[in-house]
Design a protein around this ligand. Structure first.
Ligand code: SAH
Ligand code: SF4
Ligand code: F3S
Length: 472
């Protein structure tokens, strides 16, 4: 699940108080959003204040994504705009430091400095806890590039967010529990940008979730590039599975909702499926990317399962939790994909019926096996297939939303609504729901009867007493 661009906190720009300001922009996946928040925490502890406007910032950090060519190229156009903003600040007697972090930083390293000399500092996803030191070095007219995979674990040295920062981020929080990937799908850069699979020990995760819960967070999404391959050290010294971790986190009061993303079909083990059966706090929604419905393409992609394996797995999960809703990622136009292969993907989509989906044209990425394959598919064919696939998945999403009208669902309110007097939240199935209600309810879960479907979200009315503590 990848959003286009996300900005971390929105706060008014600070006056000229002598405090340094930082603006952080995230591209790519939720793990980058989490990393951006941790960078903000690190810099806040070092005396910075966040601003929501790049041109007001003493320091701008672009937390970048390398997954497709478009995502990576966006960074360079943004750097062009930042050069103008920096020059303006210089003319006014100020300055602006510019840092590139994230997966483009990891993949391209010092090459970024050559292509965009405006950049002062390059820092990869495993070393951003060193930002204050790196910035001090950058201030001495060096241009540090730190893309190490260090021996120290950044999670043990990163400062915790201040309570006010946690509150400002809302009642729903991300917690990274696993990083990296050993799967090496032939289209994907993640094993190269994020390195080998590692899992955080249970104790650190429990402490982080307890701190978030105490500050008012009600929903925790556990993150990992391959989150269900989680195998962190438990308090008993043994490796715990994600299912065991979820059981432990479900005991933390008053967190009401648990989610996890992104999962690989091969790592959905019995303990995780049973967690869906046994834990009411574990939401009945699962992002389970399949990429293609053609066995031949799945094989060349190195996904290590067939379409039938995937469908069987969906069946087992639905047997454990009958109201389970699924979403997936799809790639169209992988090298060698024929009309027949593509038709198999459409058939799989028909069979599963997804409540949401993310689909992409295959983008050949440097250094991955797919990029070197002979039978690349033409862009116009990819575009046509993408449009057909999206018409199907959008139709399924609409049908699911339509079928929600008349149902009563628990909604966690997490922000103001689209119109004055409205607040907005998420259903257990991650649907956006707008309700006319008091802003004081933001941070609470309430039963909502769904009454209508708009273009972007569902509408509903409060149908019972809100609670800040009960299980959704
Ligand atoms: N770990 C997750 C996905 C991480 S990347 C998994 O295993 O599914 C997120 C999504 O980006 C992928 O699911 C895939 O659909 C898409 N993606 C990755 N590499 C891509 C590429 N080279 N071209 C197009 N889409 C890609
Ligand atoms: Fe990429 Fe495959 Fe790993 Fe997912 S499982 S991050 S798609 S290599
Ligand atoms: Fe992009 Fe890196 Fe996430 S490549 S999708 S930001 S892991």
């Amino acid at each position: 699940m990848i959003s286009d661009e996300t900005q971390t906190e929105q706060r008014p720009p600070q006056g000229d108080t002598g405090t340094k300001t930082v603006f952080i922009k995230s591209y790519g996946c939720q793990m980058n959003v989490y990393d951006s928040q941790r960078m903000a925490d690190t810099l806040t502890a070092a005396g910075y204040v966040e601003t929501s406007e790049a041109h007001n910032a003493d320091l701008v950090i672009l937390n970048t994504c390398h997954i497709r060519e478009k995502a990576a190229e966006k960074v360079y156009s943004e750097l062009g705009r930042l050069r103008v903003a920096r020059d303006e600040r210089r003319r006014a007697g100020g300055d602006m430091q510019i840092a590139v972090a994230g997966c483009v930083a990891q993949a391209e390293g010092a090459e970024i400095l050559r292509r965009a000399p405006v950049v002062d500092l390059v820092v990869g996803p495993q070393t951003y806890h060193r930002l204050p030191d790196l910035l001090a070095k950058a201030g001495q007219r060096q241009k540090p590039v730190d893309t190490e995979f260090p021996v120290e674990d950044k999670f043990t040295v990163l400062p915790a967010p201040k309570r006010a920062a946690t509150l400002a981020r809302g009642p729903s929080a991300f917690v990274t529990v696993q990083e990296g990937c050993d799967k090496f799908c032939t289209f994907c850069v993640v094993p190269y940008t994020r390195g080998a699979e590692t899992s955080r020990p249970v104790a650190g995760i429990v402490a982080e979730v307890e701190r978030l819960a105490a500050a008012g967070v009600r929903e925790i999404s556990l993150l990992g590039q391959n989150v269900n391959a989680y195998h962190g050290e438990g308090p008993d010294g043994r490796d715990w599975t994600l299912g065991m971790l979820l059981h432990r986190l479900a005991r933390i009061e008053p967190v009401t909702r648990l989610r996890y993303t992104t999962s690989h079909p091969l790592d959905m083990d019995d303990s995780l499926i049973e967690a869906h059966r046994d834990l009411p706090a574990l939401m009945p929604f699962l992002h389970l990317p399949v990429q293609s419905g053609s066995d031949r393409i799945l094989d060349v992609m190195n996904r290590k399962h067939t379409a039938a394996d995937y469908l069987r797995l969906i069946g087992r999960i639905r047997a454990a939790r009958p109201d389970m809703a699924f979403s997936s990622d799809f790639i169209v136009g992988f090298p060698g994909e024929t009309e027949e292969d593509f038709a198999a993907t459409l058939r799989l989509i028909e069979e599963v019926s997804y409540v949401s989906a993310y689909s992409f044209k295959y983008s050949p990425r440097p250094g991955t096996p797919g990029a070197g394959m002979d039978d690349q598919v033409e862009e116009s064919v990819k575009a046509r297939r993408l449009a057909r696939l999206q018409a199907l998945t959008e139709g399924q999403q609409k049908a699911f939303n339509q079928a929600s009208i008349g149902r009563t669902m628990a909604v966690l309110f997490d922000r103001k609504g689209r119109r004055p007097g409205q607040i907005a939240g998420r259903s257990p199935f991650l649907q956006a729901v707008q309700v006319e209600a008091d802003e004081a309810l933001i941070g609470a879960v309430a039963p909502v009867e769904i009454t209508a479907m708009g273009a972007w979200s569902l509408h509903g009315i409060l149908a019972g007493t809100p609670t800040r503590e009960a299980v959704a």
